[in-house]
Design a protein around this ligand. Sequence first.
Ligand code: CP
Length: 337
Amino acid sequence: MADNTWSRRHIISLEDFTTNDYQTILQTATSFREVLSRRTKKVPALQGQVITNLFFEPSTRTRSSFELAAKRLSADILNFSPSNSSLKKGETILDTAKTYLAMGTNLMVIRHQQAGVPTIIAQEMDRINSGVGILNAGDGQHAHPSQALLDLFTICSSLDKTNPNISLLKGKKVVIVGDILHSRVARSNIWSLTTCGADVHLVAPPTLLPKHFLEAFSQPPKTGKTDESMGNLYLHWQLAPALENADFVMALRLQHERMSEHLLPSLREYHQQFGITRERLNACKPTVKIMHPGPTNRGVELTSDLMDDPHLSLVPMQVTSGVATRMALLYLIGGMQ
Ligand code: CP
């Protein structure tokens, strides 16, 4: 399964990822999904390597699936938990990372509430020529690359399970609805999905999707009346036009603090205007699928029955895809050691 085209030691953001990178990840994840379907779901690919999960912020899905992925690859896994660590005694994050380096860590998976922490650790690891690879597992509002990559794998697999590849995305309409402004998941998905050829439509109240949001992704937007567009990225402030003929609808978690920040009147009102319901999905393609990175506020971002509908919901598949996708990432970066 060795891949000679992969040259990245770290995955911090998807901003500079190429279609070749995405294709390599999809192919590798497909191979590992086959491994996970076997009776013995383990391969010796990273035997002897040490992977450390450094999660400074809570997580269920990302942390557990990186841990399971590491175990399926036969690596040794260390789990750092800040609440009972020497951070409490004043140790710095960099010294914490260097402590795990001194124990023989080869790969670090890092989540932090502050954007930029995985970058700073990666720069320090490179400066001291440690050879350690860094995977960003979510930093502030900046990036959540492994989530976007498992979303890509999920979307492509739902279109063609045996050969999920980026050409399937050409002309597909993916709607992302919710707190776009504060979402690292949205940012990473915008990079991956637009690069792979999908039409990405963002929709939210103006407080959660300001016009200037597009500027981060390329040139300033053209002016328009009810929506804005740039390349294959579109902005909407009303749900109905965004949902028209959609192939995939990805709802994002709404954080409760947005109410206290006066960015939203109430969760109830948000649901009335932007919540995904069965009735609203009538505007989409008959084959539409719904997604959510989790954790979900049932009855706010989408109705509870939709989330549990096996014909419509890709949410469980996203979680399952996370293990094969993260095995692919650990394997590809592990091969750079
Ligand atoms: N999607 C996601 O990052 O979930 P967790 O916070 O549970 O890892």
